[in-house]
Ligand binder design. Structure first.
Ligand SMILES: NC(=O)c1ccc[n+]([C@@H]2O[C@H](COP(=O)([O-])OP(=O)(O)OC[C@H]3O[C@@H](n4cnc5c(N)ncnc54)[C@H](O)[C@@H]3O)[C@@H](O)[C@H]2O)c1
Length: 312
């Protein structure tokens, strides 16, 4: 079955892997993005006649109303992503991450399907040592986390939707994000050979960016049985502390040195282990391990470096 799919923020980290896969599966895809990072992450899609792209702002209701016409599926990815960026621009964060998706849900017809990623960062304030399931309370601390949880509530109340509560995403993508934990540590291991860890025994769950795409495709293929629910999406064999993650990276880069010091605090106090059983019971199984992702990253970092202000 081929769909007309609108992806907002489709030129971002998740979208730059998802959009080419949606096109490869035969769907017609329209991307709306403001290209705030000057990214050309979808350049390789332009020759595909099923691909359309609009430069614009997801907060522009008139524009959004025109773009949703004829869309069978909407995947809202446009956001100011991450707690640090949202605390730098709380007004932009509120209009983009909260007001805009809430307005979108109101303008869509009941028949239009929505698949949306939500952070699971609010699980951090749960019970120590207990696996977080979709029934565990979400009590986010940061503005970013608070907005995401509020949007998920509205999404599931609207219905005809699936919410994916993503673990910390890792792996190479055309629009790269080296601010994500695995991507960041591996980048430092490759370029500096060292990292200082704070809250090193705080545990998290992880998922490859290509498995996020696979989860969305799985959701589209099994929409009727999965709809109106939230699903944790992570690697069940990777509920690892930052220290354990650094040890995994060190297996691939033996010269990597890491030490602990109280140099920071997680704005969402994330320290949790997550059960991904619910989505696994629907038949979804991740295909990319943490080790495979670290190997991808090591190859990718051979190609890219943050070196605007240096000659090497
Ligand atoms: N990467 C993760 O670990 C993760 C985890 C959970 C949820 N998410 C969610 O997935 C979505 C995508 O995240 P990402 O990691 O790809 O981040 P990203 O920053 O790479 O992508 C966001 C995209 O939105 C675009 N954008 C920002 N403001 C816009 C606006 N006003 N109008 C139009 N486009 C705009 C940006 O140009 C960018 O292409 C976000 O909603 C994020 O909260 C990501």
């Amino acid at each position: 079955m081929s769909y007309n799919i609108l992806v907002t923020g489709g030129a971002g980290y998740l979208g730059s892997i998802l959009v080419p896969e949606l096109l490869a599966a035969g769907h017609k895809v329209t991307v709306l993005d403001n290209f705030m990072f000057k990214q050309n992450s979808l350049a390789h899609c332009c020759s595909n006649p099923n691909f359309s792209v609009v430069k614009g702002d997801c907060r522009n209701d008139t524009l959004m109303k025109s773009l949703i016409v004829g869309a069978d599926v909407v995947i809202p990815l446009a956001a100011l992503v991450g707690a640090p960026l949202c605390s730098l621009d709380p007004i932009g964060a509120t209009s983009t991450n909260l007001d805009s998706p809430l307005a979108l849900f109101k303008m869509l017809s009941k028949e239009q399907r929505v698949l949306m990623p939500i952070t699971n960062s609010g699980y951090g304030i749960g019970e120590k040592g207990k696996f977080c399931t979709e029934e565990s309370p979400l009590r986010p601390v940061s503005l970013y986390g608070i907005h995401k949880v509020e949007v998920e509530k509205a999404l599931l109340e609207r219905g005809n939707a699936i919410s994916f509560r993503l673990a910390t995403v890792f792996g190479m993508a055309p629009r790269m994000r080296i601010d994500l934990l695995v991507n960041d540590f591996t980048y430092r291991a490759v370029t500096d050979r060292a990292v200082v860890l704070f809250e090193p025994h705080f545990k998290r769950n992880y998922i490859h960016v290509r498995d996020v795409t696979r989860a969305f495709m799985h959701g589209m293929d099994n929409f009727d049985s999965m709809k109106d629910q939230a699903y944790n999406v992570g690697l069940s064999d990777a509920n690892l502390s930052k220290w354990e993650l650094a040890e995994v990276i060190q297996k691939h880069l033996p010269k990597f040195v890491f030490v602990e010091a109280p140099i920071g605090e997680d704005p969402d106090k994330r320290d949790y282990i997550v059960s991904n059983e619910k989505i696994e019971r629907t038949g979804f199984k991740p295909a990319f391990s943490l080790d495979a992702g670290i190997q991808d990253l090591i190859k990718g970092y051979t190609m890219i470096k943050n070196s605007i202000y240096g000659n090497v």
